[in-house]
Design a protein around this ligand. Structure first.
Ligand SMILES: [Zn+2]
Length: 171
């Protein structure tokens, strides 16, 4: 598996995937805390209330790159517990949406809604715990895209040379 494809996150063990707008309305505090989803012969009880969902309900789009969380994937961990994750679909690949701390927790940022913003996993990882301005973060993500693109071109060139060598050997 290439680094590129390892970096792309997919729904690993989805037991269901629903449009985000069908799930997020159930995540309010005045709704029951659980939602039952039947998949096959199993009923999964899903906890709906979390700070993450409150943040997503306010805004489903990454504040940096603007990709929009539209898919709620019901993911299952190894122990068999299920939980929802919000994903954006970017060029046919699912990208995890995350709750970012505007002021990083490591720098004393509060664990409250006023300090949360929606960010895709790619932008959040780039931001790390640094205090980029929006313009600087956009620039950083642009650099990473350029690096990924160059890696792809390097890989393609190496493949071309290997193929030529193989053809030469068999000639
Ligand atoms: Zn983003």
């Amino acid at each position: 598996m290439s680094k590129q494809s390892r970096r792309r996150r997919r729904i690993k063990n989805p037991v269901a995937a629903l449009p985000a707008n069908e799930v997020l309305p159930y995540t309010t505090s005045d709704c029951p805390e659980t939602m039952k989803i039947t998949v096959g012969d199993r009923v999964h009880v899903v906890k709906m209330r979390s700070k993450r969902f409150n943040c997503f309900r306010r805004n489903c789009k990454c504040v940096n790159c603007g990709c929009e969380g539209t898919v709620m994937g019901l993911d299952m961990n190894r122990e068999g517990y299920v939980h929802w994750n919000l994903y954006a679909e970017v060029d046919g690949v699912l990208r995890l949406m995350t709750k970012d701390h505007i002021v990083p927790k490591s720098k004393g940022g509060a664990d409250t809604q006023s300090n949360f913003q929606t960010m895709c996993e790619r932008c959040n990882k780039t931001k790390s715990n640094l205090s980029f301005t929006p313009a600087e973060l956009a620039e950083m993500v642009g650099f990473q895209d350029s690096i990924a693109s160059l890696r792809g071109k390097m890989g393609a060139l190496v493949s071309k040379v290997k193929l030529r060598e193989e053809e030469h050997e068999h000639a």
